[in-house]
Design a protein around this ligand. Structure first.
Ligand code: ADP
Ligand code: ZN
Length: 623
């Protein structure tokens, strides 16, 4: 097999992502590599694919037990034999795992760095062929980083003692100057091929909200994203409890996580979250390292984190599957005080001298300051983040919270009149999306389903951009010309005041983002590449998606694994769009590897057959 066949067979992907292939090729050519890639970029593939092609075993050093378990489960799901060795196993289990490993049953073994020092593990390592040592979360080796782990220093000694030097590969998502140097020097990488892919995560929407009531904002937001998975970060345990109670009282399926809970409860709550039994979790920053849940749709920060590093890492847990997701920080000036307090009272590390402690405190202060700037800048948030992480970026992204806040005013009374005409023509039977789609002359599946092209208003505002039109409608609601029904349909209706527009006795002024046409195009392109599920699927498609999701939950329950390890949301959406009816067609679905097909493919096929009666033409779920 070659690397492409492996990617197809075990992962169900047809092509490598930016950077992955280069790293893999260098490893296969016997070179050390350093891969600095943002969360969700697909680092695991970079060492797992070569691991399957190299002659011996690959050891993956990973700092967290939960992370190892998750990765190994995912590999086994995909049909790769892998194991982990850490303190969560009993001595007996370790003996067994090592014996199997010695027989060559596993190509990939995850180990905790502490394990490398033990005589027993060393004996094992000397007796087998180790082709590669892959260091995950490699920034943990640097004393300059946030997550320094002294045990990472053992890696170097361990590698030195092996009879034959294996290839070393190191991966991380966070690396500023000093940390990067450390990874190369301290780990002892030899002339590594270094690849830094962009830190930009196109599918994430960033915003800072200066809201009067954070609680109300939160309630609103969570209610508006019902059924979606989200993390809400708070600075203190007390806040976690408060926010947790608030949401729980609202009937949200929510759980919580902080260091004050027993280990047992933390594990249970974490599992509830991972297995989607409780899709929302309120947590301190103790939560999240090693959480590999790919379908987190939003990360809200109830409090300001202590640094941009923390923020980007925590926020970055949203949207690992590449689907659009929100990262929203709720700002309150008093958070600065809380954070100062936390920094000043941080327990001093006894290994550091007084001088070093002072340096660290100053550094923490600086970081907090930068975080505060982020919260208060009027410029593009994405650009701010990228610059902070050392990426040149001079343009505005046009789609973060701040970019969308730069307004110009425009008289849109005429356009408002057309909106009202459209509502009257459609007898107020639709929500904002269909109304806007009609006026824009849209061609989506949903619009076809409603046959909106029979209305005179169809395409009446086709020259407007969708967002512009939605802003106009939003403004009309705000000013009381229109209202939305409060049920789940959110139908648009006119009020008595709307007549003033028709009579021409008032004007409607809308605040719009100024933009050159070039930027508008860019925006459309970005939108096209990261569509929301509801843009891809029509109403029936979304209903069918829920059916598939239910089947996924059922399988996950049977197997005792998290649903996203069965298939990602993306894979299910693709199934809805393609409606595969044979093995061959099913294998075309994004994320459907041969092994996964053998395990679950049939069940999804029969679900599709049952739903459609085998006649694809009658069903039209996608665009
Ligand atoms: P990281 O460790 O860099 O945060 P992961 O290795 O967890 O990222 O990968 C993130 C997601 O991207 C996973 O769901 C993974 O299966 C998916 N992925 C990785 N490589 C590809 C690829 N070449 N094509 C499509 N999806 C991919
Ligand atoms: Zn922006």
């Amino acid at each position: 097999m070659d690397k492409y066949e492996i990617l197809e067979k075990y992962y169900g992907y047809r092509s490598f992502r930016e950077g992955q292939e280069m790293l893999i090729d260098h490893i296969l050519a016997g070179k050390d590599v350093l891969g600095i890639m943002p969360t969700g970029a697909g680092k695991s593939v970079c060492y797992q694919v070569p691991a399957l092609l190299l002659p011996g075993i690959t050891l993956v050093i990973s700092p967290l037990i939960s992370l190892m378990k998750d990765q190994v489960q995912a590999l086994n799901q995909a049909g790769v034999h892998a194991a982990y060795i850490n303190s969560s196993l009993s001595e007996g289990q370790i003996t067994k795992a090592l014996a199997f490993a010695q027989q060559g049953r596993y190509k990939i073994i995850y180990v905790a760095p502490e394990r490398l020092e033990t005589e027993r593990f060393l004996r094992f390592a000397m007796a087998v062929e180790i082709s590669m040592v892959a260091v995950d979360e490699a920034h943990c080796i640097s004393q300059w980083g946030q997550d320094f782990r002294p045990s990472y220093l053992h890696i170097v000694q361990f590698v030195k003692r092996l009879p034959k030097r294996p290839i070393l590969s190191a991966f991380t998502a966070t690396a500023t100057g000093a940390v990067k140097e450390d990874m190369i020097c301290v780990l002892g990488l030899e002339e590594p091929f270094t690849l830094v892919t962009g830190f930009d995560r196109q599918n994430l929407f960033f915003a800072v909200e200066h809201t009067k009531s954070r609680s109300r904002y939160l309630q609103h937001y969570v209610a508006g994203h019902e059924g979606e998975s989200g993390i809400i970060y708070c600075a203190t345990r007390k806040n976690v409890e408060k926010v947790y109670e608030l949401l729980r009282r609202e009937g949200v399926a929510v759980t919580r996580y902080h260091a004050g809970l027993s280990g047992e409860e933390r594990q249970r709550n974490q599992d509830d979250f991972i297995y989607d039994r409780k899709p929302v979790i309120v947590a301190t920053n103790a939560f999240g390292m090693g959480i590999d849940k790919s379908n987190v749709r939003y990360v809200l920060h109830y409090n300001m984190p202590q640094s941009m590093e923390n923020y980007y890492q925590e926020a970055g847990r949203a949207g690992r599957d590449g689907e659009p997701s929100d990262c929203i920080l709720l700002y309150s000036a008093q958070d600065i005080m809380i954070n100062r307090f936390l920094i000043e009272n941080k327990e001093a590390n006894p290994d550091f001298t007084e001088e070093e402690c002072r340096t660290i405190r100053e550094r923490d202060e600086d970081r907090l300051q930068t975080m505060n700037f982020y919260c208060n800048t009027k410029a593009c948030l994405r650009t701010y983040i990228l610059r902070y992480f050392g990426e040149e970026s001079n343009t505005s992204c046009g789609k973060c919270g701040n970019c969308q806040k730069h307004y110009v005013e425009k008289d849109m009374t005429q356009e408002a009149g057309k909106v009202i005409a459209c509502l009257e023509e459609q007898e107020e039977r639709f929500g904002i999306n269909v109304v806007a789609g009609t006026l824009l002359g849209g061609k989506s599946a949903k619009l076809k389903e409603y046959r909106v092209d029979r209305y005179d208003s169809y395409g009446a505002l086709s020259r407007m951009r969708e967002q512009e039109l939605k802003d106009l409608i939003g403004q009309m609601i705000l000013e009381g010309y229109l209202r939305q029904t409060k049920d789940k349909y959110g139908l648009l209706q006119t009020t008595g005041k709307a007549q003033d527009i028709v009579d021409g006795s008032c004007t409607v002024i809308v605040k719009l983002e100024p933009r050159s046409s070039r930027m508008a195009e860019e925006d459309d392109r970005i939108k096209g590449s990261a569509k929301r599920r509801s843009d891809i699927l029509n109403t029936r498609g979304l209903a069918f998606f829920e059916e598939l999701r239910e089947l996924r939950r059922e399988i996950a329950r049977e197997k005792g694994i998290p649903p996203y390890l069965v298939f990602s949301d993306k894979t299910l959406v693709d199934m809805c769009v393609r409606l595969p009816m044979s093995r061959e067609e099913m294998l075309e679905v994004n994320g459907m590897g041969a092994f996964k097909y053998e395990k679950y493919g049939e069940r999804f096929l029969s679900c599709i057959m049952e739903y459609t009666g085998g006649i694809r033409e009658k069903f039209y779920f996608g665009d």
